[in-house]
Ligand binder design. Sequence first.
Ligand code: CDT
Length: 317
Amino acid sequence: MESSLKIGSAQLGPISLAESRYDVVKRLLALLYKAHSFGVKFIVFPELALTTFFPRYWMTNQVDVDRYFETKMPNEVTQPLFDAAKKLGIGFYLGFAELSEEDNRIRRFNTSILVGPDGKIIGKYRKIHLPGHSEKRDDVPFQHLEKRYFEVGNLGFGTWPVFGTRVGMAICNDRRWPETYRVMALRGARVVVLGFNTPTENINHDEPLHLRMFHHRLVMQAAAYQNGMWIVATAKAGYEDGFHLHGGSCIISPTGEIVSQSTTEDDEVIVYDCNLKLGDYILNSVFNFKKHRRIEHYGPITSQTGVDDLIDVSSKL
Ligand code: CDT
């Protein structure tokens, strides 16, 4: 089994409302070719990588919303990406808005796919932790309507054997939740890849701007170490029609260290040759799950969501 894998994070600068899918795919192809010239075997594109981050806009006409969705993948516009992947022998992760017909109804998901070096789709993930709100908010400078435009993902946290390792996928807000990584780690993931669109301003809280980037890194660095895994996170960054996304693409080793990070808010490829065995000592020692996990005490994690369900232990003291 190969013990190293050169992974690339292909950050995108802003995509304006006016930019066509065709032009975006040209940018993705340029990044793919650049990654190939660096010897990359697996490239990670952002969340909703084919369009602007449309959940910031309030739309009442479903036809307007559906313009941002793909009904087929690959399709005529994205096929060149799959062809290039096959030609160059590079696999990729790509995020996009997915419209599908399932259970006799139209369903919409915030989706990512894992494509192998043969240009074929190996796996699909549908975002589980959808942030934001579903109704129009008049108290904020922009909307975050993921809960309106998407359903909660129904595929769970899958992992797939590829590139001589096992890969799991997440999308943006999922990265803030420890459950995301632990479930995938228990399913054997040694590399977790994710794309994100994170507005610089937090519309829910008046918090100092520096905390946005700090929390973004904090959650992933902790998760990488606690699960002995590589994490590759790719941003869409910069000003999209006046709305700023904070960027900060990075590659994090199983030790929790950031080993490569973006330096711009534009289209940019960062690369790292990942030692796939580096996490072994962590998973064989402090985080040897089989030896040390105490599942008899973890019940609340899967049986309740909020603390309001909590039994008042203090009354028993
Ligand atoms: N795209 C996405 O999931 N963004 C969220 C913003 C949360 S603020 C409503 C994130 O966690 O970065």
